[in-house]
Design a protein around this ligand. Structure first.
Ligand code: NAP
Length: 237
């Protein structure tokens, strides 16, 4: 089995790549800037490392073609790479907004479009997108980010309807607050407050999300498609 995990050099993507490798996948570990970390992880789990700035669509296309050429097929795509920008809606620059929407919302669609023909050809395949609790309920000072993740949720549901008859499942994991570099901007007090707001009384780990990705990718989820699986310790209840 062959998988491509975007943004797998660190954080949730790295945990997902490790977990999927344990489940028997040969994983393409994608990164943007952290090429050494991606290569080290690929070596550790017996996969390959690939690089592309996903806001650069020609580069994205080349990366997709490289993975398909080296693996010969793709069983699983995990659209995980993402960026966040915080600030008041009107204060986020047009350039930052455009880049965020491109990486978080447009790139997963473009990459899926590139690998889908190979899945359709085999009448089998699985796509797992990573959204966010903010895409479900919205967050002040993360309006563009919330909108990008709501797009990922809509994309998941609609594509699942379209390709279900072709034997392809499309699902989404929607994490709450997870301990990764993405939250390094928050103070220890803020993280503590977020943990206290969470019914399970802690911040999530990348492994918590990786387990959900692995479940949705597995045969145990073979009758599940178009679903949004929250992994947030009860934060959104
Ligand atoms: P992270 O630790 O900040 O890692 C981000 C990953 O995305 C890295 O592998 C990075 O590659 C890659 N990336 C960033 N910009 C890119 C670009 N322009 N082109 C290609 N790759 C790019 O993030 P994370 O917390 O693991 O988040 C992973 C996913 O979960 C994201 O979609 C995020 O929105 C979502 N999520 C996170 C949380 C959370 O609390 N952490 C909550 C909900 C949802 P390099 O290392 O090479 O730069």
């Amino acid at each position: 089995m062959f998988a491509l995990v975007t943004g797998a050099s660190r954080g949730i993507g790295a945990a997902a790549a490790r977990r999927l490798a344990k489940d028997g996948y040969t994983v393409a570990v994608h990164c943007h800037r952290q090429t050494e970390r991606a290569q080290a992880l690929a070596d550790e789990i017996g996969g390959i490392a690939v690089q592309a700035d996903l806001s650069d669509f020609p580069a994205l296309d080349r990366m997709a073609a490289e993975v398909l050429q080296r693996f010969g097929r793709l069983d699983l795509l995990v659209n995980n790479a993402g960026v966040s920008v915080t600030g008041l809606f009107q204060d986020i620059s047009d350039a930052d907004e455009a880049r965020l929407l491109r990486v978080n919302a447009a790139a997963p669609m473009r990459l899926t479009k590139r690998v889908l023909p190979a899945m359709l050809h085999r009448h089998s395949g699985c796509i797992v997108n990573i959204a966010s609790v903010w895409g479900e309920v919205g967050a002040a000072c993360e309006v563009q980010y919330s909108a990008s993740k709501a797009a990922v949720i809509g994309f998941t549901r609609a594509l699942a309807k379209e390709v279900g008859p072709s034997g392809i499942r499309v699902n989404c994991v929607s994490p709450g607050v997870i301990s990764t570099d993405m939250n390094a901007c928050h103070s220890a007090e803020t993280m503590q407050a977020l943990a206290e707001e969470t019914p399970l009384c802690r911040i999530g780990t990348p492994e918590d999300v990786a387990d959900a990705v692995a479940f949705l990718a597995s045969d145990r989820a073979k009758f599940i498609t178009g679903q949004i699986l929250p992994v947030n310790g009860g934060f959104s209840i």
